[in-house]
Design a protein around this ligand. Sequence first.
Ligand SMILES: *[C@@H]1O[C@H](CO)[C@@H](O)[C@H](O)[C@H]1NC(C)=O
Ligand SMILES: *[C@@H]1O[C@H](CO)[C@@H](O)[C@H](O)[C@H]1NC(C)=O
Ligand SMILES: *[C@@H]1O[C@H](CO)[C@@H](O)[C@H](O)[C@H]1NC(C)=O
Ligand SMILES: *[C@@H]1O[C@H](CO)[C@@H](O)[C@H](O)[C@H]1NC(C)=O
Ligand SMILES: *[C@@H]1O[C@H](CO)[C@@H](O)[C@H](O)[C@H]1NC(C)=O
Ligand SMILES: *[C@@H]1O[C@H](CO)[C@@H](O)[C@H](O)[C@H]1NC(C)=O
Ligand SMILES: *[C@@H]1O[C@H](CO)[C@@H](O)[C@H](O)[C@H]1NC(C)=O
Ligand SMILES: *[C@@H]1O[C@H](CO)[C@@H](O)[C@H](O)[C@H]1NC(C)=O
Length: 205
Amino acid sequence: MKAVLSTLIVLTFGILVDAHFQIAFPGPRGPFVEPAEVGFCDGFTNVTTNRTDFPLSGGIVTLNSEHPSWTAAFFISTVANPNNFNNFSQVNSFFQLTGEGGFCLPLDLASSNATGLHDGQNVTIQMIFNGGDGNLFQCSDVTLRSTANISSVPCTNATNSTSSSTGSGSGSGSGSGSGALSSAASFDMKLLGLLGVVSLVPLVL
Ligand SMILES: *[C@@H]1O[C@H](CO)[C@@H](O)[C@H](O)[C@H]1NC(C)=O
Ligand SMILES: *[C@@H]1O[C@H](CO)[C@@H](O)[C@H](O)[C@H]1NC(C)=O
Ligand SMILES: *[C@@H]1O[C@H](CO)[C@@H](O)[C@H](O)[C@H]1NC(C)=O
Ligand SMILES: *[C@@H]1O[C@H](CO)[C@@H](O)[C@H](O)[C@H]1NC(C)=O
Ligand SMILES: *[C@@H]1O[C@H](CO)[C@@H](O)[C@H](O)[C@H]1NC(C)=O
Ligand SMILES: *[C@@H]1O[C@H](CO)[C@@H](O)[C@H](O)[C@H]1NC(C)=O
Ligand SMILES: *[C@@H]1O[C@H](CO)[C@@H](O)[C@H](O)[C@H]1NC(C)=O
Ligand SMILES: *[C@@H]1O[C@H](CO)[C@@H](O)[C@H](O)[C@H]1NC(C)=O
């Protein structure tokens, strides 16, 4: 099943990407490398040791979107040095948002499809972002801490766009504001169909 994602990513490599995104929290593996973002972990294939403490419940991911309409999802790996897509499993459904600028998205791992996570565990979060012209990837190495205090992390959205869940299930979506698949190209329809299948893959520890 996991091979589906790899195949999909290979199939979409050729698509031109104009807009990008940058994760701010939890800090990514290294400085943003624009041309590398079309590939695994923005080109950072080695795990880092300067991990960020990340809460098991009530976590957030903050980022800058350079695209006015985008689809995204979170993947997670419990592998010590995850260096390829097969080491990651999807933790929530794809969701679609509108707006460029800063966003602060909930990532509540405790209530996600990721199972067996525990306090003190090292995991890597990989975000997939698609503004309609191809997949982009960034990774953050974190340590799960029930005591992680993220209240000082700036958390605002550039727009009041309502998240629409796509693919299967409800994921982190909470409404129907931005029209789900209506603005997606046919490429995205295929993408989301395939990824709906991938999202059924349970996390393998
Ligand atoms: C970890 O260190 C690398 C290399 O110094 C740096 O680029 C990266 O931003 C750091 N990551 C975090 C989360 O601090
Ligand atoms: C990853 O680490 C290996 C071994 O230390 C090194 O040869 C390689 O250049 C590193 N790759 C990247 C992308 O930093
Ligand atoms: C988690 O990662 C840190 C930084 O690389 C390392 O020092 C620590 O031993 C790891 N913890 C576990 C439980 O693997
Ligand atoms: C990580 O991915 C590689 C390549 O697919 C695979 O050989 C390895 O078994 C994976 N590691 C774990 C712990 O799943
Ligand atoms: C979290 O950190 C903030 C300051 O950044 C502090 O005001 C607050 O009391 C802390 N909360 C807990 C539960 O420690
Ligand atoms: C979002 O909505 C709130 C409440 O209506 C409003 O105060 C705020 O200015 C809006 N933010 C943006 C960026 O539109
Ligand atoms: C930003 O928007 C997302 C999607 O609608 C929402 O889940 C999140 O709570 C918002 N963040 C803030 C700080 O309002
Ligand atoms: C878990 O996965 C199922 C199947 O893909 C999906 O319907 C559900 O929304 C997911 N739950 C969360 C919290 O992401």
